[in-house]
Design a protein around this ligand. Structure first.
Ligand SMILES: CC(C)(COP(=O)(O)OP(=O)(O)OC[C@H]1O[C@@H](n2cnc3c(N)ncnc32)[C@H](O)[C@@H]1OP(=O)(O)O)[C@@H](O)C(=O)NCCC(=O)NCCS
Length: 245
């Protein structure tokens, strides 16, 4: 598995880098925030797919579409490619995760990025399981890192399960393990219905938390060349300057 991050300043201007289908979806989005985030995620997926396909930074011919569940997939010149992709964005940063389909069917990977931000007691009570709530009180990571990390791991897991937030976030239970970081990644696991346990990894880069969850055990993802280092990205909310696209 490999990952790549882009920030909103690197997204190409105009729409020439989008396919006709992508342009249609983009133009349907009237809210600047939604449109910018959607474009940022497209750009992250295309950049990561281009590297994975040995095309360097050349994103021409690549399309990032969604299946009916919302899960993303990549086409090259209109044809499927043997890679699986997942993507997430938060506050002007998008991260894309790709893996060769040899290592599992599409949809077997999930990535999520969150900001370390204040979360209310209501958030912790309503969205976290009882063991998770206890952990937020006990961990030396601190309450806000813990709450956002658990939330992020849940979203990544719900992407692997292909349900997203259609599912109650308390149907999956996250355990953050204490092992030493491997290249910045630390292990976690997510238990779901029917005894399923999904392995994963998390890292903190500056204000951002990134989690990766997979269906099968996998080494932590390696960072692709190109892209930005999330540790050097300042959380941005530029859509506030112009809320309607
Ligand atoms: C998956 C989900 C939890 C992510 O929400 P989020 O934290 O706001 O956004 P993130 O930036 O982390 O992730 C968004 C990406 O998740 C992916 N995604 C969406 N639904 C997914 C699913 N069911 N399975 C796997 N990945 C999914 C998409 O790639 C999406 O980006 P894109 O639409 O630009 O391709 C949320 O989109 C969700 O609950 N989706 C399912 C419900 C829904 O409304 N689906 C729309 C059907 S078209």
């Amino acid at each position: 598995m490999r990952w790549l991050a882009v920030d909103e300043t690197s997204v190409p201007a105009g729409s020439a880098w989008l396919s006709d289908r992508e342009r249609e979806v983009s133009e349907r989005q009237r809210l600047t925030k939604r449109r910018q985030e959607w474009l940022l995620r497209r750009y992250a997926m295309k950049r990561a797919a281009a590297v994975a396909l040995g095309r360097g930074a050349a994103i021409g011919g690549l399309e990032a579409l969604n299946d009916p569940s919302g899960a993303p997939y990549i086409l090259l010149d209109g044809s499927p490619v043997p890679i699986a992709v997942s993507v997430s964005d938060r506050a002007g940063l998008a991260v894309a995760l790709v893996t060769s389909e040899r290592h599992g069917a599409a949809g077997s990977i999930g990535i999520d990025v969150e900001l370390v931000e204040s979360r209310s007691d209501g958030f912790i009570r309503d969205f976290l399981t009882a063991p998770e709530q206890l952990w937020t009180l006990r961990t030396t990571l601190g309450r806000d890192v813990a709450a956002n990390l658990l939330w992020s791991a849940k979203e990544a897991a719900l992407k692997v399960l292909r349900v997203g937030l259609r599912a109650d976030t308390r149907t999956v239970d996250v355990t953050v393990r204490g092992e030493t970081p491997a290249d910045g990644w630390r292990p976690l696991s997510v238990a779901g219905a029917g005894g399923v346990v999904l392995p994963g990894w998390w890292r903190r880069d500056g204000d951002f938390l990134i989690t990766v969850v997979t269906r099968d055990a996998a080494d932590p993802p390696t960072r692709m060349p190109g892209g930005v280092d999330p540790a050097h990205v300042t959380a941005a909310h530029s859509w506030l300057d112009n809320p309607l696209a």
